[in-house]
Design a protein around this ligand. Structure first.
Ligand code: FAD
Length: 323
């Protein structure tokens, strides 16, 4: 049995969970086992139905008002209870913010080996060996898990979404939790912005110190709006508060793997690349043809961002209007 953690927020399944489900269902098929989801939060059964489109046939739903906000302690207890209930051998989670917190706690709780940030399905012939990226994405390593219970967190966008329509049944699950299990209470939530969350974004427009000041980000936001993309930035930009810290990508910021990463006036330092070099397609706009980022780029434009970005935006708008 493969147990898949269904991450959620504000009553909705996160995109990362659709990928975890795709992965868990494929793993179950490969191992000749079944797959079940475990959702902990306050998600209506109807909102879980989307997981049936990704091959999941059953979900255990732990639903309560006091689980409205993510809390790694109580969620770990609920997943561990579901592992005991189902006899699951492998737990699959997304290697996103919540998944990172849960997988470590769960590993200690279940005394289970954990591969955090897997990039592929394991090789299960005569063992359980799994590939993950190491050294900030510069190399891959294969790890073998030898414990009876195994935990795998999958890097966002590494496996992708795999449609496989089945009928999903949702079962209420009593994880034995109460309000007292939620040790950290969220008093209020203030959203940083209404824009697309960076970690979930398939398209990202990012800019660096070459833009010279926060007043010049209008053209970056315009391009992002035209594309339906999230915005990101290099570290010096957030260090001087030109942009909020949650937009900072790289070794000391967040790691993203969008389908398209457009880097505007960013030099491409190794610490920046560490957070973005697994993006499917990288477009670099830089006035210096020797900028290191061009070596990592699929497409490059050598030019002044203040000329190129507005023109690119107009061209994309015209293209969208024509199709
Ligand atoms: P710059 O290096 O100043 O580059 C600006 C670029 O803009 C240049 O390539 C220039 O040619 C171009 N440019 C200038 N004007 C224009 C124009 N008009 N049109 C087009 N192009 C133009 N950095 C991160 O981003 N993320 C991290 O997580 C991170 N972690 C770090 C951790 C450590 C321990 C250390 C030591 C550093 C870290 N850094 C990180 C910093 C990193 O080393 C670089 O200093 C930083 O990424 C550079 O940011 P930048 O490319 O925006 O700025």
């Amino acid at each position: 049995m493969i147990l898949i953690y269904i991450d959620n927020s504000e009553g909705q399944v996160k995109k990362a969970s659709l990928e975890a489900a795709s992965y868990g269902v494929a793993l179950a098929k490969q191992m000749g086992k079944s797959a079940t989801g475990i959702c902990v939060g306050n998600v209506a059964d109807d909102a879980l139905q989307i997981l049936g489109e990704y091959g999941l046939e059953k979900i255990l739903n732990v639903k309560a008002d006091y689980l409205n906000n993510f809390d790694s302690g109580s969620h770990t207890k609920a997943i561990a209870k579901a592992v005991a209930h189902t006899g699951a051998e492998v737990v699959v989670l997304s290697h996103n913010y919540n998944g990172k917190a849960l997988s470590a706690r769960l590993s200690a709780n279940l005394k289970a080996g954990l591969v955090a940030g897997a990039t592929d399905l394991p090789n299960t012939e005569g063992g359980f060996t799994i590939k993950k990226s190491v050294f900030s994405g510069k190399a891959f390593a294969n790890f073998s898990i030898n414990t009876d219970k195994k935990i795998v967190s999958i890097n966002p966008n590494a496996f992708g979404l795999h449609k496989n329509d089945v009928t999903l049944s949702v079962e209420a699950f009593d994880a034995g939790l109460s309000d007292a299990d939620v040790k950290v209470k969220v008093i209020s939530v203030e959203k940083a912005s209404d824009t697309i969350p960076l970690s979930d974004a398939e398209l990202v427009v990012s800019a660096g110190r070459g833009l010279k000041g926060p007043e010049n980000w209008g053209m970056i936001e315009d391009l992002a709006t035209t594309l339906g993309a999230a915005t990101a930035c290099s570290r010096p930009v957030s260090d001087v508060n030109w942009r909020p810290h949650h937009e900072h990508v790289g070794q000391t910021g967040i790691t993203i793997r969008p389908n398209l990463y457009i880097a505007v006036a960013i030099s491409g330092a190794i610490q920046h690349l560490a957070g973005v070099n697994s993006s499917k397609t990288i477009v670099v706009i830089n006035k210096d043809s020797e900028a290191p980022f061009f070596k990592a780029a699929d497409y490059g434009i050598v030019g002044d961002a203040f000329e190129v970005v507005p023109k690119l935006n107009e061209a994309i708008k015209a293209y969208k209007a024509a199709v």
